[in-house]
Design a protein around this ligand. Sequence first.
Ligand code: APR
Length: 264
Amino acid sequence: MTSAGTIRDWVASAHSIAVLTGAGISAESGIPTFRDAGGLWKNFRAERTARGAHQVTDEQSRPAALYANMTPEQLATPQAFARDPKFVWEWYDWRRSVIAQAEPNAGHMALAQLEKRTADFTLVTQNVDGLHDRAGSTRLLKVHGDIWTLRCTLCGRERQDLRPNLPELPPQCHCGGIERPGVVWFGENLPPEIWSQAEQSASAAGLFLVVGTSALVYPAAGLVHLAKASGAKVVEVNPAETPVSGMVDFSWRAPAAEALPQIL
Ligand code: APR
């Protein structure tokens, strides 16, 4: 039986399905991942334009290297934001503009369809790009937050802002406080209610799909172990080997947009 046929059978017979996605599912939409060759933590390039704004582009365009060799600690931590909020915001502003031009791909669409036909279904995503929402997923737990949400560092007010580029960096709240991206940075806790629902869905799942994540960042990666220990069949969809490849029931080495439509 083909790999797709096996997984289709598992999907059809599962009483409940939980899915964990990472940056890899959005790779085929043109959004760079974090840790692959050319990923955000490896190959970040930027240039200062004549207008003074930072324009960050990819490796192909060979601009000057403003953010080159940046580590997560230099961009995605509360300390980095406290040190230089404008610098951190420029990076997020660039990512917002890249994401705004992207469309959900066949992998996102397949998961939205899977939700419609599965009574007990939860999609846990580490992605902040909003492409699962745009594909139509609703039973969605964003454990690392949402890049389109802004949160005031002073009064805590949250708001959605879908403009690809914000007019002022850092953006300001009505109360006068600086706003921050509504994402979870390294060293921060995951939103407790969302995380607890994610753990529940992983431990209750009959089938757990882990798609497009390096499975290196915890606690999110721990959901794979939790699902397995709780008795789920675990299927990984990833063109590359990861630390969980050896413990899953099936490691499907394929890109998400190619593999996921085949399991429906
Ligand atoms: N389909 C499926 N998987 C893919 C594809 C694809 N088309 N392209 C790449 N991948 C895989 C890579 O092989 C890699 O294992 O996606 C994974 C991407 O890994 P990371 O870049 O580490 O992304 P992720 O696992 O989501 O990172 C976790 O780290 O920096 C933080 O907060 C950020 O949520 C993010 C977290």
